[in-house]
Design a protein around this ligand. Structure first.
Ligand code: SF4
Length: 372
């Protein structure tokens, strides 16, 4: 019997074999068994799901996943697709660097691994966007290798069961939690165990109001026994979030098309199409004159809206300008696109931009202060 003794302010003795057995028993009755990526779980299919599931709920991912798999059923199709098409399939899922990284991974796997998705930890974590936990999940779920995971759900369950106090992301706590994850991962049924600990964290051992009375681990959970469930894990120490502001130019030509500009490949909304941005609405007239050869015929400022990125908040002032440019007057190509809202091009749009475009078409209303 393997037992772990964790010293973290208090002594806690948890039997890890029993923990995996309890989790597997609970999962058989209550876990998720019919997710699209659980059917025919190849390395490619599990990898796509794991990347989509980062910071995104299962119900949302299921919709995107099926559409993505229809268009890109295997790694060679994904590698051969244009980045625009990949981003188009990602539009609305957020964190677009995930989609750009997936595209790069697909091209790397085709070029360096003969189109075979790698099945070893070292090769996987060399690929962009695949960290140790994602690699562990791919190896456990697709290849049934005994590899630990430490995604947000597993981290929270382990931190509570072993009463690892403080913020789980600190270096010391991460080291401790990885050791625990390693020791708790069973030799047999590792795919089921991996799914079980993720499901438990997502449905019972939730961040707020966990359902401890229905939990199979209640009898061996140190946080529960010691009344520390609400304190573990502690929130990340707060830094003040910076705020930035920008003016979005919604230039509409005589055919009713909107001018979009492709953003640089890296940085926020990298590779997606967005409205041209200016530091202030004071320079719009000059910008239109330079870009289209004439000032706008009408200028209308829309309500201010905002969008939260992981590390800052962006306040946006959309300004609609009617211009006399004919379609084609601003060169289209890699950088510019006249976007027809009635027959939209298949391109990736930043999520707030897609919502503003919907508002132009009358499908959505935008009010001052809306968080897009
Ligand atoms: S008893 Fe509560 S805190 Fe402990 S693992 Fe179960 S749900 Fe989480």
């Amino acid at each position: 019997m393997l037992a772990i003794l964790v010293r973290w302010n208090r002594r806690v003795n948890v039997n890890t074999e029993n923990l995996s057995g309890l989790l597997l028993g609970w999962w058989a009755e209550n876990g998720r068994h019919d997710l699209p990526w659980q059917r025919n779980p190849t390395g490619y299919r599990v990898w796509v799901a794991e990347i989509m599931l980062q910071q995104t709920q299962v119900a949302t991912v299921e919709r995107y996943y099926n559409r993505f798999m229809q268009s890109f059923p295997d790694i060679t199709t994904l590698a051969a697709a244009s980045q625009d098409n990949v981003l188009h399939h990602w539009s609305g899922l957020g964190y677009y660097s995930r989609a750009r990284n997936m595209h790069k991974v697909a091209q790397t796997v085709v070029a360096r691994h003969d189109s075979e998705f790698p099945d070893d930890l070292e090769s996987l974590i060399e690929l962009p966007g695949i960290g140790r936990s994602t690699a562990g999940a791919i190896l456990a779920l697709a290849f049934r290798q005994r590899q630990p995971i430490l995604d947000g759900n597993a981290k929270r369950v382990l931190a509570r069961v072993f009463a690892v106090e403080g913020w789980s992301g600190s270096t010391a706590n991460m080291k401790c939690l990885w050791e625990l994850a390693e020791k708790c991962t069973p030799e047999r049924r590792v795919d089921n165990y991996t799914q079980a600990i993720m499901d438990m964290g997502a449905t019972l051992c939730t961040r707020s109001r966990p359902l401890c009375t229905a939990c199979p681990l209640a009898g061996c959970c140190a946080a529960y026994a010691q009344g520390l469930v609400a304190e573990i894990p502690a929130p990340k120490p707060k830094k003040t979030r910076p705020r930035r502001s920008t003016t979005l130019v919604m230039a509409i030509n005589s055919a009713g098309e909107l001018l979009l500009e492709k953003r640089p490949p890296s940085g926020i909304w990298g590779g997606l199409w967005s409205f041209p941005e200016l530091d202030s609405s004071d320079v719009i007239t000059d910008w239109c004159t330079q870009t289209f050869g004439a000032p706008p015929t009408i200028q209308r400022t829309w309500p201010d809206v905002s969008h939260s990125f992981s590390h800052f908040d962006l306040d946006m002032t959309p300004v609609e300008v009617a211009i006399e440019a004919q379609p084609g007057q601003v060169m289209e190509g890699d950088r510019w696109l006249w976007y027809n809202t009635r027959s939209p091009a298949t391109v990736g749009l930043a999520s707030p931009v897609a919502k503003i475009i919907n508002a132009v078409g009358g499908e959505q209303e935008i009010k001052s202060g809306d968080q897009l």
